[in-house]
Design a protein around this ligand. Structure first.
Ligand SMILES: Nc1ncnc2c1ncn2[C@@H]1O[C@H](COP(=O)(O)OP(=O)(O)OP(=O)(O)O)[C@@H](O)[C@H]1O
Length: 251
């Protein structure tokens, strides 16, 4: 059920280590419904690990995930999804021998909808994602770009309050990426959801996001609106190295 209430997802003091590698060290992050938050940083900064923590695929020790004031750190991935935290994966995980609409119906059924309600919801989401023409197509026969869109559509069919998208446009050409970003921009108003977006194309991130959180080496480097981030000297150094000019330079 889509509500108009403002909801909040918080990561507090998140720590994740893999052996001796500190993937995340003391990261705080807040995502509100209605907002698009960009999560950026150089390779290995900890972006995917943060998405894994927020969606219950990875534990944070110490640290906590707080959903609307309630500690949900102990929930595992399927429970996080039911609690309203959805994600898409870098590789689409569709039921390949089912149609596109059937993939969405299964997600809706899993959320307790009747078959007709799940089908109606699925058709609506396919229209948002500009995929109406593909509803009866087998998932196995989709083009790469459509398959990625369907995987986002399926995440939306779980009716999440928060949608975490890890490089959703990776491998797409410029036009496909622009079309997808136009759709992503419309999601907060359509679903009253919050979107967390990982994307390496800085121009895209600056255009699409309300706020941007920058990670570097597992630590928070900066957070703010795109204009502030693109002229932040510490962010410039992280992306451009010590050669970054000190003034009047943006990403
Ligand atoms: N399962 C794992 N086992 C060991 N090390 C890992 C594991 N997952 C991530 N790491 C390490 O943790 C650090 C953060 O990785 P992560 O994938 O979160 O970064 P990222 O910012 O998403 O990088 P990229 O932009 O390259 O996708 C990296 O040093 C990575 O090698």
């Amino acid at each position: 059920m889509i509500t108009s209430d403002r909801q909040t997802l918080e990561a507090r003091n998140v720590h994740v280590s893999f052996g001796g590698i500190h993937a995340l060290s003391g990261v705080d992050l807040v995502l509100n419904t209605g907002d698009i938050l960009g999560l950026i940083g150089p390779n290995g900064a900890g972006k995917t690990t943060m998405v894994n923590v927020l969606t219950g695929f990875q534990a944070s020790k110490p640290g906590a995930i707080i959903l609307n004031g309630k500690d949900v750190s102990r929930l595992r991935a399927p429970e996080m999804a039911r609690a309203g935290i959805g994600r898409s994966f870098q590789a689409a995980r569709l039921f390949r021998n089912l149609t596109v609409l059937e993939n969405l119906i299964i997600a809706g059924l899993g959320m307790g909808l009747s078959k007709s309600a799940a089908a109606a919801q699925g058709r609506e989401i396919l229209s948002w994602m500009e995929l109406e023409g593909h509803s009866e197509q087998l998932a196995s026969s989709l083009s790469y770009s459509s398959e990625r869109r369907v995987s986002i559509a399926r995440a939306l069919a779980l009716n999440p309050a928060f949608v975490l998208l890890d490089e959703p446009a990776s491998g797409m050409n410029e036009a496909e990426c622009a079309a997808l970003m136009r759709i992503i921009t419309s999601l907060p108003a359509r679903m009253n959801c919050g979107v967390l977006l990982i994307e390496h194309n800085m121009q895209v991130i600056m255009e699409v996001c309300d706020r941007i959180h920058v990670l570097d080496g597992g630590r928070s480097l900066a957070e703010g609106c795109p204009d502030k981030i693109k002229s932040n000297p510490a962010v410039l150094r992280a992306y451009l190295g010590d050669d970054a000019p000190q003034t009047e330079r943006t990403i």
